[in-house]
Design a protein around this ligand. Structure first.
Ligand code: CP
Ligand code: NVA
Length: 303
């Protein structure tokens, strides 16, 4: 039994295997077919924060695969408000075949996985968002083919999405560049962790977004204040003001595609002209969440 709590829980060769299933299922889906690989299987979605993409893409994926899902919101008494996380996980995993969980604190997710007898998939925590990064790399591959040797430049906060992309890039031989204000870089603990698990990973941090996007295959951004950081919004708006992805910046890398995990704060981290422009692949990227998660579910549950 395997969990997906952090991106490094799945190796580069396992990512390839998942993508192969995803590609096959995507081709069938586009041809109007559904492959019922998981008949009768049930997926629980336990969410402590709002979601459109993660929630619906997993739920639709389960229907297409012949299974079903049950959504558990905050009224379920998760994270110790009604019973311990360990009791919650031990019991819930008696009813379902896998659990997707979105938590405020990454530690909650780790505790849930420790108690669960079925695979637990991270549907976003404050620390990382591995399902998002998997779909992003899958999307990039469909545009550039081989990803090794390419550069992904993330302009913005060194947040959960950036950390996940940095790890995945390191696993797949890609260069990862983070352009952010100094106070919003990766912390020393994360850098030491990457150095330990991926000593050859190329991660560059800079405060210069213009230099950072030169030669990039992808320019990526995300909100400046993530869920749970709403009280820091004003401070962050000021700190990130010169890190907006706009047409002037994208003109420095005319061959790059633009990505955003969404939801976006248009006019803040990205302008309408970029997110709706010719370099943007954000809708395809969001659609790929479902295709990649089908591959992931089939891979996890067929074991
Ligand atoms: N990108 C993403 O995870 O979107 P949701 O928050 O809508 O699930
Ligand atoms: N960094 C964002 C990602 C949302 C998908 C957040 O955590 O709110």
């Amino acid at each position: 039994m395997r969990h997906l709590i952090v991106p490094e829980d799945i190796s580069a060769s396992e990512i390839e295997a998942i993508f192969a299933v995803s590609q096959d299922l995507q081709a069938k889906y586009n041809a109007g077919r559904r492959d019922a690989l998981l008949p009768g299987r049930v997926l629980a979605l336990v969410f402590e924060k709002p979601s459109l993409r993660t929630r619906v893409s997993f739920q639709a994926a389960m229907v297409h695969l012949g299974g079903s899902s049950v959504f558990l919101g905050e009224d379920t008494g998760f994270a110790g408000s009604r019973e311990s996380i360990a009791d919650f996980g031990r019991v819930l995993s008696q009813y379902v075949d896998a659990i997707v969980c979105r938590t405020k604190s990454h530690d909650t997710l780790v505790s849930l996985a420790a108690a669960s007898s079925v695979p637990v998939i991270n549907g976003l925590s404050d620390y990382c968002h591995p399902c998002q990064a998997l779909a992003d790399i899958y999307t990039l591959r469909s545009h550039v083919g081989r990803v090794a040797g390419r550069t992904l430049t993330f302009v913005g906060d060194g947040n959960n999405v950036a950390r996940s992309l940095a790890i995945l890039c390191g696993q797949l031989g890609m260069r990862f560049v983070l352009a952010s204000p100094k106070d919003y870089r990766f912390d020393a603990l994360f850098r030491a962790h990457v150095q330990q698990i991926l000593p050859n990973a190329e991660i560059v941090e800079t405060t210069d977004p213009i230099a950072a996007v030169e030669g990039a295959a992808v320019v990526y951004t995300d909100v400046w204040a993530s869920m749970g950081q709403e009280q820091e919004r004003a401070k962050r708006m000021a700190a990130f003001a010169s890190f907006q992805v706009n047409e002037t910046l994208m003109k420095r890398c005319p061959d790059a595609i633009f990505m955003h995990c969404l939801p976006a704060r248009r006019g803040e981290e990205v302008t309408d002209a970029v997110i709706d422009g010719p370099q943007s692949v954000v809708v395809e990227e969001a659609a790929n969440r479902m295709h990649v998660q089908k591959g992931l579910l089939a891979w996890l549950l067929a074991r």
